[in-house]
Structure formats: C-alpha cells, structure tokens
Write a protein that binds this ligand. Structure first.
Ligand code: AMP
Length: 493
C-alpha cells in the first residue's frame, strides 16, 4: 500500500495539473510573412518562457503547426521550417513551466476541430477553476490529451452549442476564471482576449495592413509594428476582413494589471500603462531610496533583474553605481530550472563578483524582488568572499507573503521566505548586514500614482497584500480528488 501511494505521489508530481505558466503569446493577420514575423515576435518575448515554442498558421483552407522544445532562435531560424507554416495568419506561443509534464504535448498553440471549423489557441496565464472545470468535462466524457489548463478552454469552445465560433469563444470565457490572455486563430479571424481584470497583458499593434497581438510591446518593435493600444480588461478583439471589432461581454470593471509585470516580468523596453517597464523600475528604485536609512560607498545591482531599480536608487541617493556582479548571459533565468537544488546551482553559474569594484566597500545591493531568498543568499556570500566590507540588501518591492494563482511562477506559501520569516530572520538567512523592502505605498507611488485625478489605480498585488481579485477556486475546493482522477486519465493514456 505504501509503495502504491508513493507511486501515485510520484505520478501526481509528473502530471501536476497546476502548471504555472508565464508565457509569451503573439498573433498576426493578413501578411505574406506571417510565420517569419511570428517567429520574430516570439523571439522578442523569449524572456517570458524558454521551455518550448510553437507556431500555428492558417492558409484559408488548412492549419499548419510546428512545436519544439527550447528557444525560438534555435527552432524557427530556418527558411525550411518557416515555409512549412503556410498562410497569411499565424499565432505563436513561448512556454514557461517549472512544474508538470515537460512533453511536446503541452507545448502550445493548441489546435482543435470544432463543428464550426478549426481553431488554434495560445494562452498566457493560469485559470483558477481549471481543475473543477476539467473534472466536470471529464465526467461528461471529455478526453484530455495534455495536462495544461489551456486545453480546458479548447474543450469548452468545442463543446459550446452556439453556432458561430466567436460565440463559442464567448461561451467558454464566461466559464473560465483567473488571469489569462489568449490569442486564437479561427478560420475567418484572429482573436485576442484579456481576462476581466486585465491581470495578464495583451497589446494591439498595426503593421501596414496587418493587425498584431502580443504579450508585450517589445514584440511589436522587433517587426516594426506600431503600438495601437492595450486590449482592455474583459475585452475580446476580433480581427476579421482587415477590421478590428471590439466585443465586451463582461460588465465594466476597473483594470487590475499584475504588479509583477512592472516589477520583474516584462522586458524593460516594453510599455506598461504609458511608460516603459524600465522607467517604472527606476521609479521603484527612487522610492526605495526615499525609504533608505544608511550610507554606502557604492550601489550594486543584481543583474539583470535589479539593474533599473538599482540605477534609480543610486541616482536618487547620488551614490556611485557600480557593476559589482558580472552575469554570464548564456544561462537562462534561475527559476527556469525545475528543482531547488539546480536553482541554487543556477545562481553560481549565472553570476560572479567583480572584485576590483567591491573590495573594502560598503555596498548596497539592490534586486527587484526576493522570493525564496536563494539569489540574495548566494550573492551576499559571493560579495563578502570577494572582499566587500559591508553588504546591505534593498529589495525594490514589498515582502512577497502570498502565492500566485494567475500565472506568475511564485512558489507555495511554505517556500516563500517572507511568508515564514520576519525581516531580521530573512536578513540573518541571507547573511546581510541589513535588509529593507520597499513599502506597499512606495510601490504604488512608483508605479501608479496618477497625478491627474489623485487616485491610485488598483493593481493585482496579492503577492504582498493577500488581496486576490479572483478567488482561487481550485485551491479552496475539493481538488485532491480531481487530481487523482486526472492522474488516472493521464497515466492511462
Ligand atoms: P529568489 O532567489 O528565490 O529569492 O528569487 C529572487 C530572484 O528571482 C530575483 O532576482 C528575481 O529577479 C527573480 N524572480 C522573481 N520572480 C520571478 C519569477 N516569477 N520567475 C523567475 N524569476 C523570478
């Protein structure tokens, strides 16, 4: 019996349906170079996911699909591959996942044949009720092919009784909950959807006669497309016959974009609410400087994630900014490695102290965030080993005390350092002389204080406040049984 449970647990780990995805999505209409432009767009969005990538195209009659493990540049770099992806319409996806099954089956875009024709779907985010929905669908006879929550959306679209594909999509999004941005390719249109709170990002661009949809504006820049606007929260944009129609099926609501896009995830040159992520991060650094209480010889960023915040911090304090750490650019993001053991190793692989700049110096080390504390723990030691006199750590966001369920890969509460330790305990753990986090008010001042109407826009900020805009239903419900039934489905495949 014990062995049986052990096996089940092992399988559950492999088929963990709570895939945490912070992916990049892209779509383009009406252009001869649809597959090549999509490959370029995905390349610009590579920071959002490096595990796998895929492109689906449509040529008016037929869909074409290529999905690969690894980076876009290594997979969609040849004329031969791009030529296979025929048609003037394309969507693409970069996958990021640290848990769950790492197979080609889970790489997107997904494709399905419905009674209204084919549909390709690419998804960024996490559904908070996908396990409950999946259980219902399986009970009704649906067969799941992947362990991704995106397949739930595809199944809901396919199952809808409505006649038109766009109505089937509306039907499906009324049932899903969570943080999501979707691009879809129907037989007549390119479709973009953003969740009712606008937690996950999606922007619209224009390139000659083509419309472009992308997770971030940096994917528009790379192909020379003009940024038009963000897809609004709860909005569906339907691009058909070269025209963009907006459908708003949900009651109007205030947008609550995810604060972590501002702090960490978006590429620094991407626009978020009228400013680049770089500017927002410099502002976070400036606010952090206002809350600072010590002098130092130099400010050192944790590259690259802490660069902008450290610059803003140093410029505000008028302290010298030095590159005290050198990053090896040929290793991926630390979090991409799936186990804690490899993650710890990853930090060593990635960074080295720049001895000449830090020797005998009193240093303020700035990073954008502290999650498990792995990075800070390693780096503080690295700086002391290389001769630093004092290392003080300043984090350009508040303490992360609550897990995420909308698609950013933050770990469970058990692993979140600030959820379990006081600030002085964290400081001891990372071995710093002092430690300070930016306050929640400071963060809001940096990102969102709107001088025109003197109001703070709301952000999805549950990481720090525990205020979840969408209830994590699966986490609260009877998901254990569902997971086991899913396990049986998956292992029987
Ligand atoms: P940790 O080492 O666990 O404290 O994580 C903090 C480091 O991970 C910081 O340098 C961040 O830039 C980075 N980070 C924060 N959030 C994420 C995320 N969702 N995915 C990948 N890396 C992250």
């Amino acid at each position: 019996m014990k062995k049986h449970i052990k096996n089940l647990k092992k399988k559950l780990k492999i088929f963990d349906p709570k895939l945490k995805e912070e992916c990049g999505i892209f779509g383009i209409s009406n252009t001869k170079d649809a597959s090549a432009l999509t490959a370029l767009g995905l390349h610009a969005l590579q920071h959002r996911g490096q595990e796998g990538c895929g492109i689906v195209t449509f040529d008016g009659k037929q869909y074409f699909s290529e999905k690969r493990f690894g980076l876009v540049g290594d997979n969609f770099n040849k004329e031969k591959v791009l030529k296979k992806l025929k048609g003037d319409y394309a969507i693409g996806h970069n996958r990021y996942s640290t848990t769950g099954e790492n197979t080609l089956r889970n790489i997107q875009p997904f494709f399905a044949d419905t009674n209204a024709g084919g549909i390709g779907v690419a998804h960024n985010g996490n559904l908070t009720n996908s396990i409950s929905l999946r259980k219902k669908l399986v009970d009704e006879g649906a067969i799941f092919y992947t362990t991704s929550d995106t397949e739930t959306i595809v199944q809901l679209i396919a199952k809808s009784k409505r006649a038109k594909t766009i109505d089937k999509i509306v039907d499906a999004i009324f049932q899903i909950q969570g943080g999501y941005a979707l691009v879809m390719l129907t037989q007549t249109s390119l479709v973009g959807v953003r969740d009712p709170f606008g937690i996950r990002p999606l922007v619209i661009g224009k390139l000659k006669n083509s419309y472009v949809l992308a997770s971030e504006t940096c994917a528009l820049d790379i192909i020379g497309a003009k940024f038009i606007r963000e897809v609004e929260n709860g909005e569906i944009v339907l691009i058909e016959n070269n025209e963009l129609k907006s459908i708003k099926p949900f009651p109007p609501r205030k947008v609550r974009p995810c604060v972590f896009e501002y702090i960490y995830f978006a590429r620094p040159d991407s626009m978020l609410d009228g400013k680049t992520a770089y500017e927002h991060r410099k502002n976070l650094g400036s606010e952090l400087a206002k809350e600072n209480d010590i002098d130092a010889d130099i400010v050192v960023p944790v590259p690259d994630s802490g660069n902008a915040a450290a610059l803003g911090f140093a410029q505000s304090l008028k302290v010298k900014f030095e590159l005290g750490l050198v990053r090896n650019h040929y290793v991926g993001r630390t979090f991409i490695e799936p186990s804690q053991k490899i993650r710890s190793l990853g930090v060593k692989l990635k960074l080295n102290a720049n001895q000449s700049t830090i020797q005998d110096k009193k240093i303020i080390l700035v990073d954008d965030s502290l999650v498990r504390g792995t990075t800070s723990h390693k780096i503080v030691k690295m700086l002391y080993d290389a001769g630093a006199k004092e290392v003080h750590v300043r984090i350009a966001c508040p303490e992360i005390r609550f897990p995420d369920f909308y698609g950013v890969d933050t770990p469970t509460k058990k692993e979140l350092l600030a959820a379990n330790k006081s600030n002085s305990e964290i400081c001891d753990y990372i071995g710093a002389k002092s430690l300070k986090f930016l306050s929640v008010n400071g963060m809001y001042r940096a990102i969102g204080f709107d001088k025109r109407n003197e109001t703070y826009p709301e952000l999805t900020d549950h990481y720090f406040t525990g205020d979840y805009p969408v209830k994590p239903i699966d986490e609260l419900g009877d998901s254990k049984i569902t997971q086991l039934s899913l396990l049986n489905t998956a292992s029987n495949n």
